[in-house]
Design a binder for this molecule. Structure first.
Ligand code: AMP
Length: 606
C-alpha cells in the first residue's frame, strides 16, 4: 500500500498532555489529532490565548478541552475553567465531551448550566464545587450576579461558537462575563466566521493570541458525482444499509472518525452480508496491506477506514466513497473522495451530514466550487426493484450455467402428481428462495429517530395497560420490518410478565447483539415480536432459541410480512460470509419445505 503519510501531524502522545487526559483520548479511539487540535494544543498548554476559526465537526472541543483540562488542579474546589456556548444543546454536548476527556482526573466535576433548567437544581450542583462550568451566557451571568458563581480563581475561559452567540444577541452578556474574570486568565475564542464585533472582542480581551485558521487546500474532483444525505431521524446505519442495497457499487470505502468505529461498523456490515473489513492505524502494516490486497483482488467489497489509514490508498475498483462521519475540514474531504474516480474512472461520493454540520457542507462546496446534491434515501419500492432485478439476474445466470436436469425431473414429477400450474410452482419456489431476504421487503417506515425509538420502548415499559391499542394487536405484530432488519417472534409476552427491557437485556447479553441494533419490539399477550439485523448466523439463532426470559425459553422464529415462519425450518446452504458477489449481500438461506403437520400448526398460530 502506498501511503502519503503527512510527517507534520504529531501524535497525541507527543503533545505534552497530562497522562490521565491522554489515557482518555486513547480510549476514545482517536488516532491522530485533527488539524485544529494539532495546532491548538501546544499553545493552550503553554497558557497562551487563542483565536481559532473553526466550525463544529472539526474537533474543536477536544482542541481546547484536552490542554485546558491538563492544566487544571482537580484538588482545588473552585471553578477553574468556564466555557460559554450559545445554546443549551451545545452546552450539554460540550460538557459531556469534557466529562469524557476528564474521566481519569479524579475529583474533577463538570457542570452544565443553562436557561430553562431549575435554578434550585443548579444551585445545589454549584455547591458541589465543580471545577469546570459549561454554560449559556445569560444563565452564567445570572449566577454571577446572585453571587452563586464566583470566578475569582478562574484560569481559562472559552468562547465557543462566538459568532452564534453574537447572532443570538449574547455578545453584551459575554463581555460582561469577560470583565468579571481575573485579568490573568487565559482566553480561547472559537468562531466559524469572524464578523467585526467578534474581531473587536478578540482585540479587546485576548492578549497576543495565537491565530489558527484551518487551511482549505483543494483540488478539482470533476469526475466524481457528489451527493449528501441529511442525517435526520433514520439511524445512520439503517440509511447506509438502504444505500448499499440500491447503489451499484463495485468496491466502497466508508470513512469514520475513530478506530473503534471502523471495527464496529465493519462488523455490522459483515453481519448484514457485506464482505467488509476495518482499516485503521492500530492494525499493523501487514494486516493493512492484506486488507487492501483483498479489496484489489475483489475478495473484499467494503473497507471502513479512518483518514490516517486510508491515506494514499489507490484501488481502481473503488467506485464509491461514503463519508459516514463528516470530515474535519475541506481538505480531508477532498482527500477522502479522491480515493474513488481513480485512473480516469467515474466515482460516487456520499456525505452524511447532520443539521449541526451543515456549515461544513457549505464550506466544502465553496472550497471545491462544486455543488453537492441532496439525495433521498432509497424507498422500500426502490429496494424491492433492486432485489427483483438481482434475483432475475441470478436466475438467468443459473439457467445459463447450471446443469438443471435433475431439478427439472423433480419439478416435472411434482407438477404431474399435483396437476399444478407451472407458474404457481415457480412462484412458490421463488417465495421459498427469497424468504430470508424478501424480494418485497419493507414498508419503508419513515425516519424513526433514535430518541423516538427509545421513547417507544419506554412507553412499552411504562404502559402495560395499553392492551387495546392497535399497536398491540396481533395484526400489527405481523408487519413489515425496517430496512436491514428482520422481524422475529419470541414465545414470551405480557402474560408471562415480560417487559421490553427483559427482552432487550436477554438478547443483548446472551447473544452479544448491541442493544442499539435491536429494533422495534412489540409486546403481545402470549408472545412478542422483535426486529433484529438481517442475516443472523444460524448458531446465534439456535443459541437465542434457548434463552430464558420470565421462566420461558424465547423459542425465537423468523416472521415476515405475509406469514409467520419458523427459522427452525430453514437451512442455510451458503453462509452470508462466503459469497463474494459485489454490491449485494449474499443470499443466506434456502428453505426446506414445511411438513404438512408443521403447516397445520402454523395455520393454527396464524
Ligand atoms: P467537535 O468539532 O468538537 O464538535 O467534534 C466533532 C466530533 O469529532 C466529536 O464526535 C468528537 O468525538 C470527534 N473527534 C474529535 N477529535 C477527534 C480525533 N482526533 N479523532 C477522531 N475523532 C475526533
Amino acid at each position: 500500500m502506498s501511503t502519503e503519510q503527512s510527517s507534520s501531524t504529531p501524535l497525541f502522545s507527543e503533545l505534552g498532555l497530562a497522562a490521565p487526559i491522554l489515557k482518555a483520548v486513547q480510549e476514545a479511539g482517536y488516532e491522530t489529532p485533527s488539524p485544529i487540535q494539532a495546532k491548538s494544543i501546544a499553545p493552550l498548554l503553554e497558557g497562551r490565548d487563542l483565536l481559532g476559526q473553526a466550525q463544529t465537526g472539526t474537533g474543536k472541543t477536544a482542541a481546547f478541552a484536552l490542554p485546558l483540562l491538563s492544566r487544571i488542579n482537580p484538588k482545588a474546589k473552585s471553578p477553574q475553567m468556564l466555557v460559554l456556548a450559545p445554546t443549551r444543546e451545545l452546552a450539554i454536548q460540550v460538557a459531556e465531551a469534557i466529562q469524557s476527556y476528564a474521566r481519569y482526573l479524579k475529583g474533577l466535576h463538570v457542570l452544565p448550566i443553562y436557561g430553562g433548567q431549575s435554578m434550585g437544581i443548579q444551585l445545589r450542583q454549584l455547591q458541589r464545587h465543580p471545577q469546570v462550568i459549561v454554560g449559556t451566557p445569560g444563565r452564567v451571568l445570572d449566577h454571577i450576579r446572585r453571587g452563586t458563581l464566583k470566578l475569582g480563581e478562574l484560569q481559562s475561559l472559552v468562547l465557543d461558537e462566538a459568532d452564534e452567540m453574537l447572532r443570538m444577541g449574547f455578545i453584551d452578556d459575554v463581555e460582561t462575563i469577560l470583565k468579571e474574570t481575573p485579568a490573568e486568565r487565559q482566553v480561547a475564542l472559537f468562531s466559524a466566521t469572524m464578523p467585526a464585533p467578534i474581531h473587536r472582542v478578540s482585540k479587546r480581551y485576548l492578549k497576543n493570541p495565537v491565530e489558527i485558521r484551518i487551511e482549505t487546500k483543494t483540488s478539482t474532483v470533476d469526475t466524481i458525482n457528489q451527493r449528501y444525505w441529511q442525517v435526520t431521524g433514520t439511524h445512520k446505519l439503517d440509511a447506509l444499509t438502504r444505500i448499499l442495497e440500491v447503489e451499484n457499487f463495485d468496491a466502497m470505502i466508508i470513512f469514520v472518525r475513530t478506530k473503534n468505529a471502523t471495527a464496529e461498523l465493519a462488523e455490522k456490515l459483515e453481519a448484514r452480508g457485506y464482505s467488509s473489513s476495518p482499516l485503521n492505524g492500530d492494525m499493523n502494516q501487514a494486516a493493512r496491506e492484506k486488507a487492501v490486497d483483498r479489496m484489489k483482488k475483489g475478495k473484499l467489497d467494503i473497507l471502513v477506514a479512518t483518514d490516517v489509514a486510508a491515506r494514499g490508498l489507490d484501488i481502481e475498483r473503488i467506485s464509491h466513497v461514503v463519508n459516514y462521519d463528516v470530515p474535519y475540514d475541506t481538505e480531508s474531504y477532498v482527500h477522502r473522495i479522491g480515493r474513488t474516480g481513480r485512473a480516469g474512472r467515474k466515482g460516487e461520493a456520499i456525505l452524511f451530514i447532520s443539521p449541526r454540520e451543515k456549515r461544513m457542507l457549505f464550506a466544502i462546496e465553496k472550497a471545491t466550487r462544486q455543488t453537492i446534491t441532496k439525495m433521498q434515501l432509497p424507498s422500500s419500492e426502490d429496494i424491492a426493484d433492486r432485489r427483483v432485478m438481482q434475483f432475475n439476474q441470478q436466475l438467468s445466470e443459473t439457467i445459463e450455467s447450471q446443469d438443471l436436469a435433475f431439478f427439472q425431473t423433480v419439478i416435472n414429477d411434482y407438477q404431474q402428481e399435483h396437476e399444478a400450474d407451472p407458474l404457481e410452482v415457480a412462484a412458490a419456489l421463488v417465495y421459498l428462495v427469497q424468504k430470508s431476504r424478501p424480494l418485497k421487503p419493507v414498508k419503508h417506515v419513515e425516519s424513526r429517530p433514535a430518541r423516538a425509538d427509545r421513547e417507544d420502548r419506554s412507553r412499552d415499559r411504562n404502559n402495560k395497560s395499553e392492551r387495546s391499542s392497535p399497536r398491540r394487536t396481533i395484526g400489527s405484530a405481523i408487519r413489515e420490518s425496517e430496512a436491514g432488519m428482520q422481524t422475529y417472534r419470541v414465545e414470551v409476552g405480557r402474560d408471562h410478565g415480560a417487559e421490553v427491557k427483559n427482552l432487550v437485556g436477554a438478547i443483548a447479553n446472551e447473544a452479544g447483539i448491541n442493544s442499539k441494533d435491536i429494533g422495534r419490539i412489540s409486546l403481545q399477550d402470549a408472545y412478542s415480536t422483535i426486529d433484529l439485523p438481517e442475516g443472523m448466523p444460524k448458531d446465534l439463532f439456535q443459541q437465542l432459541r434457548k434463552v430464558w426470559v420470565c421462566n420461558k425459553q424465547l423459542q425465537i422464529s423468523l416472521m415476515n410480512a405475509s406469514s409467520a415462519e419458523s427459522f427452525e425450518k430453514t437451512e442455510s446452504s451458503d453462509s452470508p460470509r462466503k459469497s463474494r458477489r459485489s454490491g449485494k449481500p449474499r443470499t443466506r438461506a434456502r428453505d426446506k419445505a414445511r411438513r404438512p403437520s408443521q403447516r397445520r400448526q402454523a395455520q393454527k398460530e396464524d
